[in-house]
Design a protein around this ligand. Structure first.
Ligand SMILES: [Zn+2]
Length: 344
């Protein structure tokens, strides 16, 4: 009898304890969501409250900084990265209308990394609002999406300049920085397995964009994300196709440096840091075979992320015929419209 009473009491304690835990968990996520909405302009998402507390990942804020010389301003640029955990797998993909990446300026205005904020795609990808603009966003955005950081995180990048430091012209600096400071970045590379992600965007139609120089970019339905680029060697004019798909090594893209003619790079003051070419070919040894072509794919990937969904989750084959930032961002607009229509 006594045993039964004790058992009943124990069960009551467990039930009350579990309910309290569940309630606390929900309140914490609710408050976190409200905090992000009020102080960081992140759309409020009550849907972040899940019925299953087991899916919950403890929210945390990680802040780290980085500084480097801006190649355009020739000034030191300070960047503060504030990574905030959203809590649930899948929410970001389900939301589709925001990328969870924001650039914040000293006047406190923010620019979200979406194609609506595109200001220019002439030589690099530039986002802007009324008061500020930010150049060279494509390599950083590519790395954030390749590492799937924004699958779990909102990233607020506070910056006191109008450009992302070019560094060696690849995404290597950013990958190293995230690996050093975001402890679960390594986890996100193995969970979820990128090719098995259940929150994928199915493309039902093919899309095509082109320009007056006969360059073009098409997207055709596929069973997973893939991109191919037709490259014309700037010196020999030889043409070559290179492809990358979700199960390939992300470092092929991340480590690939940008390139330009020796004259252009000398003017920019980056000769010797990025790849330069003249009539004799490229000046530096490649990090891996086809490095310049993989860089074109890195650009494509970073620009496509402006559609509001991590490109890794778009089941499509993007085929670029000597495409550029302007075609890449044009395609991001098309894909964004398609996703919005498909979900409305
Ligand atoms: Zn680039």
């Amino acid at each position: 009898m006594k045993n039964n009473k004790q058992q009943k009491q124990a069960t009551q304690i467990i039930v009350v304890g579990s309910l309290t835990q569940l309630l606390t968990c929900k309140i914490k996520i609710f408050l976190k969501s409200l905090y992000l909405a009020l102080f960081h302009g992140v759309p409020f998402r009550p849907s972040m409250i899940s019925n299953s507390p087991t899916e919950y990942i403890e929210p945390k804020i990680t802040k780290f900084d980085y500084k480097a010389l801006g190649v355009l301003s020739k000034k030191e640029i300070h960047l503060d990265f504030i990574a905030e955990n959203y809590g649930f797998e899948g929410e970001i993909i389900n939301s589709n209308s925001f990328t969870n990446i924001f650039f914040q300026f000293p006047d406190n205005s923010k620019i979200e990394a979406t194609v609506e904020n595109l200001k220019s795609a002439q030589r690099n990808t530039v986002l802007g609002n009324e008061n500020n603009s930010i150049c060279f966003v494509e390599h950083l955005l590519a790395v954030i999406n390749l590492l799937s950081i924004n699958y779990y995180e909102a990233l607020i990048i506070q910056i006191d300049g109008q450009e992302i430091p070019l560094e060696d012209g690849s995404g290597k600096t950013w990958k190293n920085l995230f690996n050093e400071h975001l402890i679960y970045t390594k986890e996100t590379e193995k969970l979820p397995k990128r090719s098995d992600c259940i929150h994928q965007i199915n493309l039902q139609n093919a899309f095509h964009v082109s320009d007056k120089q006969n360059r073009s970019l098409v997207a055709i339905p596929a069973d997973k994300f893939k991109m191919s680029y037709l490259f014309m060697h700037p010196v020999t004019k030889e043409k070559q196709w290179v492809s990358w798909e979700t199960d390939d090594d992300i470092n092929l893209l991340i480590n690939a440096r940008t390139f330009a003619s020796t004259m252009e790079n000398e003017m920019m003051g980056v000769k010797g840091k990025v790849l330069s070419y003249d009539q004799n070919g490229f000046d530096l040894e490649f990090r891996h075979e086809h490095e310049p072509i993989y860089h074109k794919l890195l650009d494509l990937f970073g620009d496509l992320s402006l559609c509001g969904v991590n490109p890794l989750y778009i089941k499509a084959h993007f085929i670029s015929y000597m495409g550029s930032h302007s075609l890449n961002t044009e395609m991001a607009k098309v894909i964004k419209t398609y996703i919005q229509l498909a979900r409305s």
